[in-house]
Design a binder for this molecule. Structure first.
Ligand SMILES: *[C@@H]1O[C@H](CO)[C@@H](O)[C@H](O)[C@H]1NC(C)=O
Ligand SMILES: *[C@@H]1O[C@H](CO)[C@@H](O)[C@H](O)[C@H]1NC(C)=O
Ligand SMILES: *[C@@H]1O[C@H](CO)[C@@H](O)[C@H](O)[C@H]1NC(C)=O
Length: 379
């Protein structure tokens, strides 16, 4: 940045020196000013999430205690009525001495950091905020004029984190859930800096619970091991989650981080006994982003992932090397089909807690094969 700025200043001085009339200088200055750059700011407010609604040419921005509704054509001059909604924390009771101290030292963390804004098919916005370490969620009208708590209680736990800096991904799933009840799916921390989770909350109709929430097994590092979530997608019958985590299968001195794609079926209704309220269709695979060769050079840490609008066949992901090694980054493209075939491929298992992870022979894979859609229930 510094270099570019200095260069431009040098150029302006040079031009100013070579034209004699002030008007000419003014014109040149205008030509070189970045007037196509529009900016929006209400100060240092931790802008943490953005949601584009192309249909209404609106950009929703979530910040500390606010949702902003910006005009895509010119975010500096929104001209929109109700361009923002103020969302101060609704709960300010002391949780603990620890939180009291934290709020004294880092008061911004005890505000309501908006982390999720998702548009639903019924033209509402699903919004979740940290609410001073007491996560809450709401449904807003798209124009931000009115809001309700998200039914039944506006309890945002496991849908957005307690700590504004914790990991999060969320996606709105309108169809394909049991009885087509729309829901958010999330990946975050379900407790204060603990309990990483991939989650779908209870499915309710008119405030009555029809299906219980589903989650990854609690405190089971085989499901999730210190994950950092980077993206989630609703594609056909599945929801995909992208994250990086400490690799359990890589036994080494010190920690190694690998990148993953995990998948659940949207029609998962949970299991019997031990898997009640836990996913029964959860599968995960390693993402390999590397330069082939005799000694492949790999970029192990996924940082972000996106799809092009209207094309669900490919995932574009940004990877880096670990920050303590040779620095490098890469963009790798994954075909959805290849991810599917990895999920159909061989499983790995660890025979005992100290043995290495090895492929499971097909013969030993339980039937029905784990991670399949639930067959329609027989009458
Ligand atoms: C952003 O725009 C406002 C006017 O809309 C201007 O006053 C301000 O200097 C701009 N800030 C930057 C960093 O460009
Ligand atoms: C989900 O799995 C965990 C770990 O096996 C188990 O302790 C828990 O009881 C299960 N949930 C329910 C509601 O059965
Ligand atoms: C990752 O891909 C590279 C290049 O295709 C390959 O050489 C390497 O063996 C793969 N690594 C794993 C762990 O599968």
């Amino acid at each position: 940045m510094g270099t570019v700025d200095n260069l431009r200043r040098g150029l302006l001085l040079f031009l100013a020196a070579s034209f004699s009339t002030p008007e000419a200088v003014a014109e040149i200055v205008f030509m070189y000013s970045p007037d196509h750059v529009k900016n929006f700011s209400i100060g240092h407010h931790f802008y943490r999430t953005m949601t584009l609604d192309e249909e209404s040419h609106t950009l929703y921005v979530g910040s500390m205690n606010f949702i902003h509704r910006l005009n895509l054509f010119d975010i500096s001059n929104t001209g929109l009525k109700f361009a923002e909604a103020e969302m101060k924390p609704t709960y300010l009771g002391a949780n603990s001495q620890y939180l009291d101290d934290l709020c004294t030292h880092e008061p911004h963390k005890c505000e309501n950091h908006i982390r999720v804004i998702l548009k639903t098919a019924s033209d509402k916005l699903y919004v979740c905020g940290t609410n001073s370490f007491s996560p809450k969620d709401w449904l807003y009208d798209v124009d931000l004029r009115t809001r309700d708590i998200y039914p039944p209680y506006g309890d945002g736990i496991a849908k957005c984190p307690f700590d504004p800096e914790n990991t999060l991904t969320a996606v709105w799933v309108e169809t394909g859930n049991p009885e087509d009840i729309a829901s958010v799916y999330s990946g975050t921390m379900a407790h204060f800096r603990a309990d990483p989770i991939l989650y779908r909350p209870d499915l309710n109709i008119h405030g009555y619970r029809i299906y219980s929430y589903l989650r990854t097994l609690k405190a089971d590092t085989k499901w999730l091991n210190e994950p950092w979530f980077v993206g989630s997608f609703d594609i056909d019958e599945h929801v995909y989650f992208f994250f990086r985590e400490v690799a359990l299968e890589h036994m080494n001195c010190g920690k190694t981080v690998f990148s993953r794609v995990a998948r659940v079926c949207k029609n998962d209704k949970g299991g019997r006994n031990v898997l009640r309220e836990n996913w029964t269709t959860y599968l995960k695979a390693r993402l390999n982003c590397s330069i082939p060769g005799e000694f492949p050079f790999s970029f192990d840490e996924i940082r972000d992932v996106f799809q092009l609008p209207g094309d669900t066949s490919k995932f574009y992901a940004v990877f880096t090397t670990p920050s303590n090694g040779l620095m490098g980054s890469a963009i790798c493209v994954f075909n959805e089909k290849d991810i599917e075939s990895a999920f159909q491929g061989a499983f790995k298992e660890q025979a005992s807690p100290t043995s290495t992870w090895l492929p499971v022979s097909n013969r030993l894979v339980p039937q029905p094969r784990p991670g399949q859609e639930h067959a329609p229930e027989r009458m």
